[in-house]
Design a protein. Structure first.
Lengths: 113, 115
């Protein structure tokens, strides 16, 4: 079975600084997809960034980038130039061949002014 | 934002009542999902559907039931609500392709409180 682990329940960062959220996963599949979702307080869950396992190049979306280490089964999210609007719960997710999504337990990020 | 809607957004109801949580999407997605999430906690998949007349139970056992008579509609029903059902319920959909485009889009959620 697939498992997704986020070992940081809560993190804080000062505005304009950089923060990295950790995620590890366990799977026996070779071809899969990884995602980071953001859930702001009382707001809708939205996709931040996704990575295809067969691509070695790390995905980047503006201030958000990932460090994908396939051998280590690690998929961390780096947020550069943190903004107050980045305050949210962040969920790491895995999707394998059977098209089911598995989510981690989430990391609560608080961006301080 | 994705076109996926949930109603009601908030519901407070007494024990023993029958409730239906509505979820609709206008994107023509084949796959739809229901998750249960306690505040600030992880998501637990309780039901999913890969298309019309297809429904499956998720990883977390739930007393709720679902139906998928139309592609765009995936309601969740609790026949007799109990305080243990108090939670947030998130609906999601995805295109059902095998590539990276098969990303889940989430509705705003229904926060259910059973007294």
């Amino acid at each position: 079975a697939q498992t997704v682990t986020q070992s940081q329940p809560e993190m804080s960062v000062q505005e304009a600084e950089t923060v990295t959220l950790s995620c590890t996963y366990d799977t026996s599949e070779n071809n899969y997809y990884l995602f980071w979702y953001k859930q702001p307080p009382s707001r809708q869950m939205i996709l931040v960034i996704r990575q295809e396992a067969y691509k070695q190049q790390n995905a980047t979306e503006n201030r958000f980038s990932v460090n994908f280490q396939k051998a280590a089964k690690s998929f961390s999210l780096k947020i550069s130039d943190s903004q107050l609007g980045d305050t949210a719960m962040y969920f790491c997710a895995f999707r394998g061949n059977f098209n089911k999504f598995y989510f981690g337990s989430g990391t609560k990020l608080n961006v301080k002014p | 934002e994705a076109d996926i809607y949930q109603t009601p957004r908030y519901l407070v109801i007494g024990t023993g009542k029958k409730i239906t949580l509505e979820c609709s999407q206008t994107m023509g997605h084949d796959k739809m999902y229901w998750y249960q999430q306690d505040p600030g906690m992880e998501l637990h998949l309780i039901h999913y559907s890969y298309g019309v007349n297809s429904t499956e139970k998720g990883d977390l056992s739930s007393e709720s039931t679902v139906s998928r008579i139309r592609t765009e509609h995936f309601p969740l029903t609790l026949e007799s609500a109990r305080p243990s059902h108090t939670s947030q319920y998130l609906c999601a959909s995805s295109p059902g392709t095998s590539g990276p485009q098969d990303t889940q889009y989430f509705g705003p959620g229904t926060r259910l409180t059973v007294l």
